[in-house]
Design a protein around this ligand. Sequence first.
Ligand code: HEC
Ligand code: HEC
Ligand code: HEC
Ligand code: HEC
Ligand code: HEC
Ligand code: HEC
Ligand code: HEC
Ligand code: HEC
Ligand code: HEC
Length: 409
Amino acid sequence: MFVVAALFLIGLQGPPSAPVNTCVSCHLEAGDDLAAPIAKVADDVHGKRGFSCVHCHGGDAGEADMDKAMDPRKGFVGKPAPKQIPVICGKCHSNADTMKRFNPGIRVDQEAEYRTSMHGKRLAQGDVKAATCVSCHGNHGIRAVSDPNAPVFPTHVAETCGRCHSDAAYMKPYGIPTDQAAKYKASVHADALFKMQDLSAPTCNDCHGNHGATPPGTASVANVCGTCHARQSELFGAGPHKSAFDTMGVGECLACHGNHEVFRPTDAFIGTGNKAICIKCHNQGEPGYETAATIRQDLLTLSERIAGADSVLERAARAGMEVSRARFELTEANHDLTNARVLIHSFSAPGVEKATGPALAIADKARQAGENALKEWTFRRKGLAVSLLVIALAIVSVYLKIRQIEAGS
Ligand code: HEC
Ligand code: HEC
Ligand code: HEC
Ligand code: HEC
Ligand code: HEC
Ligand code: HEC
Ligand code: HEC
Ligand code: HEC
Ligand code: HEC
């Protein structure tokens, strides 16, 4: 307790600026590994705020003598053991008074959350392989989390976690899979993050939490996905699977989409075909099977009618007919089709038909408009042919008349 209080006094005094910082001067002279932290710390979030070695390692930066400077009685810890690390970082980060002076908005629950995580629990049991603060943030050269080069920046998180979780030898004692990062990198979420640069797409910490890293349990999984996919989650919650999956202990969204390898589904994912997920659990004759077949057919019919209408309108437009209004209306049917794919999560045919029904009417109307335009075009072409014929006949008769007049004169 005394040590912690003493460190706080040092911390609150700010950087020991006036006298020489002996930690720095002697370590610079010693060179190599002992000097390496100096440049890194100067450049990190802590160095920029005026913190230095003593704020984490303790000791006395005013003493030129090595033993006096690095005196454990002055709170000195050399290279901290893994178990000491959350305590050292938490000294400031768990203290609202200290932290709010620097950044009123910053959270002060990292250490507390960490203690509830599998990492924190393992560490408390003496397991030094579990991640501590420095496994994810680094020790010297810690960057702001918004810095694109920080190891916890969204585009680097999978790599940071994967350093341990993808290392089969390292993770061997635990008997858990080591394919999370590999599967994640092949997912629709990683595509959105890396290819589309969509920073709202989830990476490891968005589903597992930044500090409370535990796998979400069966019941909370829909909530994790639902933080971003709110409509699907709401429909799922009101549908037939919610209570059934809960009692079976089947992960909610996971039963169909998986967790790390979530891929972009197509319409073939619903129905009774060999790519359909529904037949994993529903046999022919069951209401679930019939519903799957009906919804699949509804989607298929709508897609085909939209495509049909589109191709008629396309031909009409190429012929130079004005069909932009009908084409615009057809985009509405496409929106409904997208909406129908969300409504699938009600797992009810009438639920999906709320979107496909009106969309079919729009598609049929658009097709009719296209066909009318094409008829009009055919009619005009015939009309043109008749007028050309009339003109040609007129020219011929004028010519003959002239010839007749010439011959007569
Ligand atoms: C007069 C020179 C000198 C001064 C002053 C000094 N150190 Fe050191 N420090 C060393 C040497 C030499 C070593 C390596 C040998 C050892 O561990 O005893 C070392 C080791 C360390 C280590 C690594 C310990 C380990 O277990 O790997 C840390 C951390 C450290 N010093 C921090 C500090 C801090 C913080 C201060 C200021 C409060 C400080 N030192 C002041 C010379 C010095
Ligand atoms: C933000 C806290 C923090 C600050 C500031 C800090 N250190 Fe460290 N240092 C640590 C931690 C934590 C470790 C243990 C790292 C580990 O286990 O990976 C460490 C390890 C070390 C080591 C052991 C070798 C190594 O690199 O792992 C030395 C030497 C050292 N620090 C010197 C310094 C010196 C000199 C300064 C000031 C220029 C300094 N540290 C500033 C947290 C800090
Ligand atoms: C398993 C990896 C991991 C561990 C262990 C970890 N962090 Fe973090 N930390 C993160 C991630 C990821 C973020 C969030 C980055 C973001 O917001 O995009 C973060 C954010 C932070 C932030 C910024 C404020 C906030 O809460 O968002 C602080 C400060 C922080 N961590 C300190 C700590 C401290 C102190 C410890 C140890 C008690 C620790 N972290 C342990 C991964 C980790
Ligand atoms: C002496 C107090 C102190 C200690 C000890 C300390 N920090 Fe900090 N830390 C701060 C302050 C103050 C900030 C700056 C907040 C700001 O500028 O927004 C900060 C910033 C950070 C940030 C960036 C937060 C952000 O919002 O981007 C991370 C990450 C972080 N610290 C991690 C650590 C880790 C890991 C340790 C232990 C190895 C540690 N800190 C030890 C005081 C401390
Ligand atoms: C320093 C290595 C290391 C790093 C880095 C690391 N972990 Fe871990 N993690 C472990 C170890 C060791 C365990 C304990 C495994 C166990 O007990 O099953 C663990 C456990 C977990 C668990 C619980 C697994 C279970 O058994 O149910 C989750 C979830 C987890 N980590 C997620 C993450 C995430 C997310 C990150 C990155 C933000 C991360 N870890 C970074 C080493 C690490
Ligand atoms: C879209 C959300 C999501 C993302 C992104 C995600 N996870 Fe998971 N993860 C889960 C869910 C859900 C579970 C629990 C599965 C269960 O309970 O059956 C899980 C389980 C785990 C486990 C326990 C062992 C296992 O494989 O079942 C570990 C370890 C883990 N994830 C690490 C990671 C790491 C590392 C990353 C990043 C490379 C990551 N996760 C990305 C949702 C996610
Ligand atoms: C942090 C927000 C977030 C979380 C959490 C999240 N997702 Fe996503 N998800 C996205 C984003 C962003 C996309 C990319 C949208 C796109 O490219 O169309 C996406 C895409 C998807 C897609 C493909 C969508 C399409 O249009 O084809 C599916 C399926 C999906 N997520 C399922 C899940 C499941 C299941 C979970 C939980 C295990 C989950 N998501 C967790 C944000 C999230
Ligand atoms: C019983 C299986 C099943 C469950 C459970 C399930 N989905 Fe789906 N999901 C599907 C099917 C089938 C599609 C394919 C739609 C299409 O493209 O025709 C789909 C499509 C999606 C899509 C992309 C299309 C869209 O915009 O809706 C997202 C995102 C999605 N699901 C999220 C979730 C979330 C979040 C949960 C959990 C709350 C969940 N799903 C639960 C079967 C399921
Ligand atoms: C992981 C297994 C599983 C998958 C995959 C699955 N279901 Fe189900 N479904 C169930 C269970 C269990 C019930 C509740 C018991 C029952 O009525 O059969 C249920 C119930 C239903 C019901 C209500 C049946 C009734 O009796 O009222 C419908 C409709 C349904 N599912 C449709 C679907 C559709 C469509 C798909 C594919 C997109 C699908 N299910 C995928 C397991 C599953």
